[in-house]
Ligand binder design. Structure first.
Ligand SMILES: Nc1ncnc2c1ncn2[C@@H]1O[C@H](COP(=O)(O)OP(=O)(O)O)[C@@H](O)[C@H]1O
Ligand SMILES: [Mg+2]
Length: 365
């Protein structure tokens, strides 16, 4: 240690008191271990991290009682290869055991104090649980985003295949049947052909409906509102529910990711109304506000107990709605009670002008 009398570093007692103050006040845990692995010194940060007092740690804790395993950035390391046997271990990960039984990850380093310290080992530990949690959340977010994008791409592909492949083939059959119809045919054959024409038309309608449901091309070509209008018409026709759409604020196009998410959320809310609500009216209010889009979907149906229903594991659709909104920094709030109808409120923030939101890679094709 560099100690000069009265120099820039101060006297030896000043240096000592500085060292003691650092030891006591740093947020990283510092501990000293003797050659047998017993803890001989621990600072306040270690007390806070483990929940044991310095006295308890020094009296009866061996380093192995605090360590639940270690790993370097290269490998998982076994106890036989413990940091304790090494002279220096500049960086490794350790799972720290605490008094409450909960363990958490710490970034650790260790160094052997030679000379006067009879080979004692000093360790520095930093709590990494918050950082790991953030990393995990970031990874989860990326994964969900990726899965949703992949799903949309796949839906687009299948919709296109249905439209261009099966749809075109059925159309050719229909044209062919109409040619056959022009010929002079016996009455039973004519009847048979008429039936085939009818069946083929129905199959074409079905393919068109499936392609639209998978991914309406209007969403990519014309935008969210035309796509929603066509969805509304289909719901009205199929389920005999009166649907109304009100739009407030300046109409504009949003990023593909935002339009897709909003479309899917409204689609799920409308499908739920059609499936469960026994409603006669469904209202959609679309507000283009300066900083956010708010979409409110209201039905006058039977309603349900939201928390109870979601708690018992029903609610994959609701979960998906929330997840899509969360990915864009937004929320989905569901208000409902038996016999009181259901209101779904979706809020998605609009990214600032010129700032491409990171989700817009879901391109319009
Ligand atoms: N508008 C609604 N009216 C009445 N009940 C609803 C409505 N929306 C959702 N629910 C109830 O909430 C449950 C969960 O909905 P959801 O998450 O979309 O799951 P899923 O549609 O797959 O059953 C439904 O099973 C239904 O009981
Ligand atoms: Mg649903």
């Amino acid at each position: 240690m560099i100690v000069s009398k009265g120099g820039a570093m101060g006297t030896s007692s000043e240096v000592l008191s500085l060292m003691q103050s650092i030891f006591a006040n740093v947020s990283d845990a510092i501990l000293v271990i003797d050659q047998e692995g017993r803890i001989v010194k621990a600072n306040a940060a270690l007390e806070q991290m483990t929940g044991w007092t310095e006295e308890e740690l020094i009296r009866d804790k061996h380093i192995c009682e605090l360590c639940l395993g270690m790993a370097t950035c290269m490998e998982e390391t076994s106890c036989a290869d413990c940091f304790f046997k090494r002279v220096q271990m500049p960086s490794f990960e350790m799972r720290l055991r605490t008094k409450s039984g909960v363990d958490y990850p710490v970034a650790a380093s260790s160094a052997r104090l030679e000379d006067e310290s009879q080979g004692k080992l000093v360790m520095i530990l930093r709590d990494m649980s918050a950082q790991q949690r953030v990393e995990k959340e970031r990874y989860q977010y990326k994964l969900t985003n990726f899965a949703i994008q992949a799903q949309e791409e796949e839906r687009k592909r299948i919709a296109r295949e249905l439209h261009d492949g099966v749809g075109q083939a059925l159309y050719s059959i229909l044209v062919g049947l109409n040619v056959v119809r022009q010929r002079e045919l016996s009455e039973p054959v004519m009847q048979h052909v008429a039936e085939l024409v009818n069946m083929t038309s129905k199959a074409m309608e079905e393919v068109k409906r499936m392609a639209l449901e998978l991914r309406p091309s209007a969403l990519d070509d014309l935008g969210l509102l035309p796509a929603l209008r066509s969805l509304m018409k289909r719901v009205e026709k199929t389920f005999h529910i009166q649907v109304e759409l009100h739009v407030q604020g300046e109409k504009r196009r949003y990023s593909a990711a935002m339009e897709t998410a909003l479309y899917r959320i409204v689609q799920e809310a409308m499908t739920n109304t059609a499936k469960y609500a026994k409603a006669s009216h469904l209202g959609i209010m679309f507000e283009n506000r300066e900083k956010e889009i708010v979409v409110t979907i209201v039905d006058d149906g039977v309603g349900f107990e939201v928390e109870k229903t979601l708690k018992i594991g029903k609610g994959l659709g609701v979960f998906g709605m929330k997840e899509r909104a969360q990915l864009l920094g937004g929320t989905v709030d569901i208000r409902s009670a038996p016999e009181e109808g259901t209101t779904v409120i979706v809020r998605i923030p609009v990214p600032k002008e010129g700032v491409e939101d990171e989700h817009s890679c879901l391109d319009r094709r």
